[in-house]
Design a protein around this ligand. Structure first.
Ligand SMILES: [Mg+2]
Length: 365
């Protein structure tokens, strides 16, 4: 029926300023590179995708995405039907190994095209709507203690119900930070920590055994991405649930986490794992293994965030608060013209066709 043949693929790299420095255990930055992709079909349907990987986290950048798409992915995609997503992933994987952020921009654009071609929102193509409202969490990046406490209080006042705090600094700085925020926000606010690989497994247990007394919802990526045994050790020596983020950067990565029972929760980022198609497969893997999920952010702005919203709206196992809308508020500008509908710390998934966003086309000029 729908002969949505891929006719052209265009990529733009845009460096956007952040409102203030963004710092985590892996890096600090004042701007963020975004790769925006535009796929056009033979019927003139246009789909958009976006990713903004940080080099230290992903091993990819907006510039590598442009090179990889222009030289390897675009030639493999021209002439294929945009609805044949598994085949398209196979062709992309044969064209070049890895580069999951680059592949995610393509995959996201396919769902935008399919939705627009059929006149349905992207979530309808991902299993349908499981939830209409998506609970958000706010991430407090590394800064001085006073600034962290101030930001935590401001975001709770804006309606966020869950805080994620970036740690992995030094044991004493982390201790003082979590103590300070807990005392400032009271005992009932869920606090999630993200160490971004900041500790080795033995130090992680020492540090978080002390901090656990403040009451934690979960601890994300306490150890290096490759140290699955170390993550399992941490999980077995702490009371708090452990979340894998960097350790699950592809579909196949989740297998070892499940097999080793190395984590309780997986942070599934659409822009990290290869797009909506792969994110859904990981969400299904969590269902068969009894794990649970959340959807994080690589600081994408509107296009990438919209994809994550459709993912969570359609995924039963992604049932924890999500920091998928972090990128927009941290940037000076966005790449879409319409605003997301946010109410009391929750974002509402759009019912418009495709991703339901209006992209600022001037970026392609
Ligand atoms: Mg993380």
């Amino acid at each position: 029926m729908n002969k949505s043949i891929i006719k052209d693929v265009e990529v733009k790299v845009i460096e956007l300023p952040l409102k203030k420095q963004w710092k985590i255990a892996l890096y600090a930055a004042k701007t963020r590179g975004h790769a925006v992709v535009k796929i056009i079909t033979n019927h003139g349907v246009i789909g958009y995708g976006e990713a903004s990987p940080s080099p230290a986290f992903m091993g990819e950048t907006a510039d590598t995405i442009k090179l990889v798409i222009d030289k390897y992915l675009k030639p493999a995609l021209i002439g294929l039907n945009a609805f044949d997503v598994d085949l398209i992933h196979e062709r992309m994987n044969l064209a070049i190994y890895g580069n999951y952020a680059a592949k995610s921009t393509i995959d996201i654009a396919l769902y935008d095209i399919m939705g627009k071609a059929l006149g349905v929102p992207a979530y309808k193509l991902l299993g349908g709507k499981y939830r209409s409202e998506i609970e958000l969490s706010w991430v407090v990046g590394m800064q001085d203690l006073e600034g962290s406490i101030q930001e935590a209080k401001e975001k709770l006042a804006q309606g966020y119900k869950t805080l994620k705090v970036k740690v992995g600094n030094t044991p004493q700085i982390d201790y003082n930070l979590v103590k300070g925020i807990r005392e400032a926000v009271g005992k009932d606010v869920p606090i999630r920590l993200d160490a971004n690989q900041g500790y080795d497994y033995k130090t992680a247990v020492e540090v978080f055994r002390r901090i656990e007394e403040f009451g934690l919802e979960s601890i994300e990526q306490p150890v290096r991405r490759w140290d699955i045994e170390g993550m399992k050790y941490v999980k077995e020596h702490l009371k708090t649930p452990i979340m894998a983020d960097e350790s699950v950067s592809s579909l196949h990565d989740v297998y070892r986490i499940i097999k080793e029972r190395a984590a309780d929760i997986v942070n599934i980022k659409v822009g990290k794992v290869g797009g909506l198609t792969i994110a859904k497969k990981i969400a299904d893997a969590l269902e068969i293994s009894g794990l649970t999920g959340t959807a994080g952010s690589n600081l994408e702005v509107g296009i990438g965030s919209a994809a994550s919203i459709h993912f969570v709206a359609s995924s039963k196992t992604v049932n924890m608060p999500n920091d998928l809308l972090l990128g927009g508020p941290l940037h000076e500008y966005d790449l879409i013209k319409n605003q997301f509908e946010i109410n009391d710390g929750k974002v509402i998934c759009s019912d418009k066709p495709g991703l339901g966003i209006e992209v600022d086309e001037s970026i392609f000029k």
